[in-house]
Structures are given as C-alpha cells and as structure tokens.
Design a protein around this ligand. Structure first.
Ligand code: 13P
Ligand code: SF4
Length: 315
C-alpha cells in the first residue's frame, strides 16, 4: 500500500475503533505526524491515564506500552512491534533489582519510568526525566533513597539535589554514545549554538550543556525559551522533527555518536527500538488489534501505586 493510502486507512481505523495513537518524540517523523498526541514519557503516561478511547496504540517502546496497560488495565493496549525494547530497561533485570532492594531495607525506591513492569513492582515512586528532580525534592532530606536504573540520571540528580542516593549501575546505549569531543568539535563550527543534553548522557557531556532536561524540556527551551538560533542536540535525533516543526527558523544540529573510544561516527544517533515503529506496522496493529501488551494482573496492582504517586506529585 502506498503511504497516502496507509495514512487514510490508519485514520479510518482509528475512528472506527475509537483508538488513540500516542507517540514518543523519538519515533519516525511520519509516525509523529499521524499521532493524536506526541510527548515525552511523562506526558504520554498522563495522556494514557486520561484517555476515553477504547484502544491505546503506543508508538514508543515496550515499557511505555506497559505503563499504559498498568494505568488502563481494562483497555486494549497495542504496540506496533513487541520487539521495541529499551537498552536501559534491559540493564535492570527485575530479579536482580528485587534482590538489591531487599538488601537495603529502609530505603525508598525511586525507579525511572524506563523499566519493566516487574521492576516497578519493587518501586515506591516512578519518575521520568521530566519530574525526577521534583520528586526527589519532595522527599525528606534524611530519606535513604535507591535510584535505578540510570546511573547518569541518578548522578545528575545527586549533584543538583545534594542527595546521596544509592544508584543502580544501568545506562542507555544510545545516550552513552555521545562524547564531549563530538560536542566540542561542533561548538568550534557553531560557537553561538546552545548545547541541549538529555540527563541520560554521561557527566562529561552534561558538563557542556546549556540546558539539561527531558525531551519535552529541551524542546520547550529551544522553541520558546531561548533566543539562540542554533542548537547542538545531544539526545536521540528523532526529537529534531518536532524541534524543527515548532521552530522552523532555527537550526538544530544532532551530535554524532562515538562509535568506539575517541572515534566520532556517523549521524546514526537513533534508538533502533523506537525506529521499529513504522506506518505499515501501525496500520497492521490497528487492523488486527495485535500485538497487544499483557501485564500480569498481580504486577499491575502493585506497579500502579508508584506510577500513581508519580502522577500525583507531577500535578
Ligand atoms: P523522556 O522522558 O525525556 O521522553 O525520555 C525517554 C527516553 O526514553 C529517553 O531515552
Ligand atoms: Fe531506551 Fe535509550 Fe531508546 Fe530511550 S533512547 S527508549 S532509554 S534505548
């Protein structure tokens, strides 16, 4: 089927089945263009919690689909490709995390939303990059805290909040590939450009940032808060689609990833998992109402609590 026919069919099926299409900023531009709502992981969870649709199609990665299912267990939650995982979520196996939590009684457990439902089972409050600082600040100063799984976001939060949270040693493969050398090289060519960094990047990269924040925060800064006209972007390059759409007069330069130590590679700074969402698969999943996200009801009951706490604290 050609692209325009695919788009028409997706629109028809979405109406017919009362489905809502949610997409993350890292997905392909053509997916973002057809979605009912595009957002960062916090906004996507908030949207899922409020929707009156019968079917939620999550164009993102598996944990985002699980979050929708946990928030809306009575709804059908579809993802275009069940293989759309997350290297960061993979860096935190639930059993090992459960053991880590058990070995530290008396600690409050904060988990980044980029975790499986089974990890959320062991969690007291879920956070995203968009609200993590606010959530940490809401806890008493002497609270003992475990933070998982992202060591870079955790270290950044320790630095800005003055806490000493115990960190799980996980990371995102895509964000770990950005290097300070690549940013400094771009800065030489574009001395007036502001540097935008996602907090999943290493500290050496974050130190060069003019703005550190979630995808939504970086977008807002670039499109509406900053007067600069050039931006060096150290996060997954899918975000450039919305940046360019909101601020067509500005220039956004993606940071090329480091392919091996000290060697700057191509512009392929993409999350391979997010890119598994295609128009063809979106059409197929709406038509066949599969693949569907399933979460064990016992896990849903427990994992819902830390997500609800996050949504409550983010109001
Ligand atoms: P945001 O919460 O900033 O959208 O990030 C999600 C993500 O997967 C980052 O790699
Ligand atoms: Fe996971 Fe990294 Fe992809 Fe985000 S960019 S979904 S953290 S693998």
């Amino acid at each position: 089927m050609d692209k325009s026919k695919l788009i028409k069919e997706i629109e028809r099926l979405r109406k017919e089945k009362n489905a809502v299409i949610l997409a993350h900023y890292y997905t392909l531009g053509e997916i973002q263009d057809i979605a009912d709502f595009v957002g960062d992981s916090l906004a996507l969870a908030q949207k899922a919690a409020q929707t009156e649709a019968d079917i939620i199609v999550m164009c993102g990665v598996h944990f985002m689909g699980e979050t929708c299912k946990i928030l809306c267990p009575e709804k059908k939650v579809l993802v275009p490709d069940l293989e759309a995982g997350c290297s960061l979520a993979d860096s935190c196996p639930a059993e090992a995390f459960g053991e880590f939590v058990k070995a530290h009684p008396g600690y409050t457990v904060l988990s980044y939303v980029n975790t499986t439902a089974a990890v959320k089972y062991y969690t007291d409050i879920v956070v995203t990059s968009g609200n993590a600082r606010k959530v940490v600040d809401s806890l008493p100063e002497d609270e003992k805290i475990i933070f998982g799984p992202d060591r870079n976001l955790g270290a950044y939060l320790n630095e800005v909040t003055g806490r000493n949270m115990l960190l799980w040693d996980g990371a995102c493969d895509v964000h770990e590939r950005f290097s300070p050398e690549a940013i400094l090289a771009l800065k030489k060519e574009h001395p007036n450009a502001k540097v935008l960094v996602h907090p999943e990047c290493k500290r050496t990269v974050a130190l060069l940032a003019d703005k550190i924040g979630s995808t939504a925060a970086l977008l807002k800064y670039a499109a509406t808060e900053s007067n600069a006209t050039e931006f060096i972007v150290a996060t997954e390059s899918g975000i450039l689609h919305e940046m360019q759409r909101q601020a067509p007069q500005k220039t956004f330069i993606p940071v090329p990833p480091e392919v091996s130590e000290g060697q700057i590679g191509c512009h392929c700074n993409e999350c391979a998992y997010m890119r598994l969402n295609t128009l063809e698969k979106l059409y197929g999943c709406l038509k066949d109402e599969k693949p569907e996200i399933q979460v064990d009801p016992a896990i849903i009951d427990r994992a819902r609590l830390p997500i609800d706490r996050m949504l409550e604290l983010s109001k």
